[in-house]
Design a protein around this ligand. Structure first.
Ligand code: ZN
Length: 256
């Protein structure tokens, strides 16, 4: 089957508020997700391999999956990096460059707790060990609410600083809040990005626009069976009844 799956995570640490349960996955749980994917025959690929798939038509393995982490939380270094190294799994982390070394100021307190963001030293260490980095703008704004000049600044400035700090071209982007219009997409292309992740759910294939890739959002408290169902059907919300509804709808479609 010519399709691949991109998984979206944010924080990999203990949730500290009720709202964080969706966005903060405990490290042990995250590791169990990876173990399940590997034992179910899924093959980890990098964002560069996804780019090559679109630009060079270089095939991806069957059941390919890509790990993405949005925002650049410090726990990506302390909790995620060792696990990814242990299993030799690549990943891409999308950085809001203006917030690095600071805290998650764009998230509302007290709904969300204050969290430290990655430092450049940590990012450079991970980059030296195979983790990829993409842009997630400078200030994590809603791009659809900004004028074109401001959008272009958010794209170009974050791209430039990542390139300066890591000494390599930054070709990957993720839209904050998954928000975009045709215009935003055009500006992302103009800025020189080759892939861009949205938050629309579902699988990707050769027909998908590489600047509007779909992702499956993994919630912090997803059990392994839930994740298994999500990657099987390409959905964000797993439930015990989903397969039943899915197959009976297909059966009805065939009968009707
Ligand atoms: Zn974000």
């Amino acid at each position: 089957m010519n399709r691949f799956t991109i998984l979206m995570y944010h924080m990999i640490s203990e949730p500290k508020t009720a709202a964080e349960v969706k966005y903060a996955c405990r490290p042990k749980q995250f590791e169990q997700h990876l173990q399940m994917l590997l034992s179910a025959g899924f093959k980890p690929v990098s964002i560069d391999a996804v780019e090559d798939y679109y630009t060079l038509q270089k095939p991806l393995p069957d059941k390919a999956f890509l790990i993405t982490l949005d925002d650049g939380f410090e726990d990506n270094y302390s909790n995620v990096f060792p696990i990814l190294q242990r299993y030799k799994i690549p990943a891409v982390i999308y950085l809001a460059t203006g917030l690095l070394g600071k805290t998650n100021q764009w998230m509302n307190a007290p709904t969300f707790s204050e969290r430290k963001m990655l430092s450049w030293t940590q990012i450079q260490d991970m980059a030296n060990h195979g983790i990829h980095f993409g842009s997630h703008t400078v200030t994590h704004p809603k791009l659809t609410e900004l004028d074109d000049d401001r959008v272009s600044y958010e794209l170009a400035d974050s791209k430039q600083i990542i390139e300066d700090r890591l000494g390599a071209e930054c070709r990957h982007f993720a839209y904050p809040y998954g928000l975009l219009t045709e215009k935003t997409r055009a500006l992302v292309q103009q800025a020189g990005f080759k892939t861009a992740c949205s938050t629309r759910s579902g699988f990707n294939n050769a027909e998908r626009d590489p600047l509007m890739l779909h992702r499956i959002e993994v919630y912090g408290d997803d059990s392994t069976w839930k994740l298994k169902q999500k990657v099987r059907f390409g959905i964000n919300d797993a439930s015990l009844f989903f397969p039943l509804k899915y197959y009976s709808a297909r059966l009805l479609a065939r009968v009707g």
